[in-house]
Every structure is written in structure tokens, then in C-alpha cells.
Design a protein around this ligand. Structure first.
Ligand code: BJW
Length: 255
């Protein structure tokens, strides 16, 4: 793919920005081999809609099915490596006095790429909780029931993620909204902006007069209000953005 053009005015906005917020979604991890939610699913799970599996109702109805789906995804995530998009965001963190990286992803690839401050809205797929008590459980017998049982109360175990209809972690969502309300530039990367409350964040930033940049090969409900749409894969566009900033720094002789 040819190097995407990053508008000069956007580089200028970024170079003068103090407060930058970023929201990432499944699209940023697509190039690491982690499937997105709303793109066509192939293979073993092709007959299931992720929206129908990531709910407390689905777990109550068929805990084995939901547990097995998460085990399959855990395997994919464990094999995945951060890509150039994750790396570019980790590089940008050091540049801005106030930087907030908010992710809907549960794959931990931002931290593995070197991002130090990550606000995770939807949990962490590597964690396992008791479905009744909510306590974290680290180990269970490999040859036991599926899903495994909580060693304290015997209830089924579940992944430490946020399902539809469940509350997001309060501290994380508060931090995310504060960042959206106060940032100069908001980067919205690889999300369909269909799932709330995360989808509200770029619109909040727009209402507070931030410059909103969408990085996504496809249009989304955010596209009509975005100040800039950089249409392309995050693993290409974000490194191009970092490079364009570095070139502008070199021309003016400052970082
Ligand atoms: C690329 C690319 C590349 C591809 N580079 N880009 C207000 C209005 C209406 C409904 C609600 C509302 N407020 C709350 C709701 C209810 C609900 C909701 O939003 N429903 C909507 C479906 C309408 N929200 C909730 O229930 C939330 N809880 C809540 O609000 O609590 C209070 C409450 C309770 C009860 C009632 C009302 C309020 C919880 C939401 C939890 C979402 N959980 C999931 C699963 C997490 C665990 C897991 O991983 O299994 O989170 S669902 C799934 O969607 C996952 C994702 O984080 C999330 C967002 O998806 P994302 O990341 O945008 O992925 P995709 O696949 O949709 O898009 C990928 C994009 O990437 C595409 O645009 C591609 O083009 C692009 N792309 N390749 C860049 N290389």
C-alpha cells in the first residue's frame, strides 16, 4: 500500500497540541491477526455473531459455548504480536504533555507494544473471574468441567471482560470522558463507533471543539463529523503520521 498523505494542517495541529486522546478498537489489532467483531467471521465460529456471544444472557444459556469461544480467542491473542500501529501509538505517547490512550480492546497489545498508560474500557481477555463473586481466579484443573468452577463457591468461571448490558469500570470511563472533554486532538482508530458508551467519546471531543481524526479504511457514523479522515489500515497510517511529524520537526529543527 502506498504511503498515505497526511495533511500539513493536521501535522501543524498535532505539533501544537498539548492534550491528545486516542480511542482504539478491534481494527488496530486486525493486522496482528486478531479478528474484528463486525467483519465476517470465518472458520469454526462462522455461524455465531460475536454480539450474541458477548452477553451475560449467552453465558447463562450456554456457558460451555461462550467459554469455548473465549478460549479460542485467548489462543489467538496469545499468539498475536503488536503491529506497526500499536508501536506508533507507543512512540507518540512520549511526545505530548497529556496523552490518554483509551482502548476497547481486551488483547493487551498496546501495553505489549510499550504504551505505558492505557485506559482499558472492556477488560482483559487474559483474566478469569468467578461469574458470581467477581473474584479473580488464576488456576483451574485442565481436566475439569467446562467452564471450570470457582474454587471458593463452585460457580462457573468467565472471562474478565465487559459484556453487553454490563457496566464499564467506573474509573476508566471517567478518565476517558475527561480526556475527551479536554483534549486538543482526538484520534479515533479502528473502531466502528457502534458500541456505547465508548462510541460517544469522539463525539464528546468534537462538541468540545477538539480536532477529531478518524483512522479507518471504512466509513463509520463518526465519519461525517471527523475533521480529518485518514482512510487506510492503522498499521500503515499511524507510522506515516509519526514519520510526517518527525519530518516537520526536522525542517523546523525542534521536537
Ligand atoms: C480497521 C482495520 C485496520 C478493520 N485499521 N481500522 C446508547 C445507545 C444505544 C445502546 C446503548 C447505549 N448505551 C449503552 C447501550 C447498550 C450497549 C450498546 O452499545 N449497544 C449497541 C450495540 C447499540 N452497551 C453496553 O451494554 C455497554 N454497557 C453499558 O453501557 O452499561 C450501562 C448500561 C447497561 C444496560 C443498559 C444500558 C446501559 C457495554 C458494552 C460492552 C461491549 N463489549 C464488547 C465485548 C468485549 C469482550 C470481548 O472482547 O469479547 O466489546 S462487544 C465488542 O464491541 C467489543 C468491542 O470492544 C466493541 C466495539 O467494537 P469495535 O472495536 O469497534 O470493533 P468492530 O468490529 O465493530 O469494528 C472494527 C473497525 O475496525 C471497523 O470499522 C473496520 O472498518 C475497522 N478496521 N481493519 C483500522 N487494519
Amino acid at each position: 500500500m502506498p504511503n498515505p498523505t497526511i495533511p500539513d494542517e493536521l501535522i501543524c495541529r498535532l505539533r501544537h497540541a498539548e492534550r491528545v486522546a486516542v480511542l482504539t478498537g478491534a481494527g488496530i489489532s486486525a493486522e496482528s491477526g486478531v479478528p474484528t467483531f463486525r467483519d465476517a467471521v470465518t472458520g469454526l465460529w462462522a455461524h455465531y455473531r460475536p454480539e450474541d456471544l458477548a452477553t451475560p444472557e449467552a453465558y447463562a444459556r450456554d456457558p460451555q459455548l461462550v467459554w469455548n469461544w473465549y478460549q479460542w480467542r485467548r489462543g489467538l491473542v496469545a499468539q498475536a504480536q503488536p503491529n506497526a500501529g500499536h508501536m506508533a501509538l507507543a512512540q507518540l505517547e512520549a511526545r505530548f504533555p497529556a496523552w490518554t490512550l483509551i482502548t476497547q480492546n481486551v488483547d493487551n497489545l498496546h501495553r505489549r507494544a510499550g504504551s505505558r498508560h492505557v485506559v482499558a474500557l472492556h477488560g482483559d481477555i487474559a483474566r478469569t473471574l468467578c461469574s458470581v463473586e467477581g473474584i479473580e481466579v488464576a488456576d483451574w484443573p485442565a481436566d475439569g468441567p467446562v467452564p471450570p468452577r470457582c474454587p471458593h463457591c463452585g460457580a462457573g468461571l468467565r472471562p474478565g471482560v465487559v459484556w453487553f448490558g454490563e457496566d464499564l469500570p467506573h474509573a476508566a470511563i471517567d478518565t476517558a470522558f475527561r480526556a475527551a472533554e479536554t483534549c486538543d486532538v482526538f484520534l479515533c482508530v479502528g473502531t466502528s463507533t457502534l458500541v456505547y458508551p465508548a462510541a460517544e467519546l469522539p463525539f464528546v471531543a468534537h462538541r468540545h471543539r477538539a480536532c477529531v481524526v478518524e483512522i479507518n479504511p471504512d466509513e463509520t457514523p463518526l465519519s461525517p463529523v471527523a475533521d480529518y479522515r485518514l482512510a487506510g489500515p492503522a498499521g500503515v497510517v499511524l507510522p506515516a503520521l509519526v514519520e510526517a511529524l518527525a519530518m516537520a520537526d526536522a525542517v523546523t529543527g525542534q521536537a
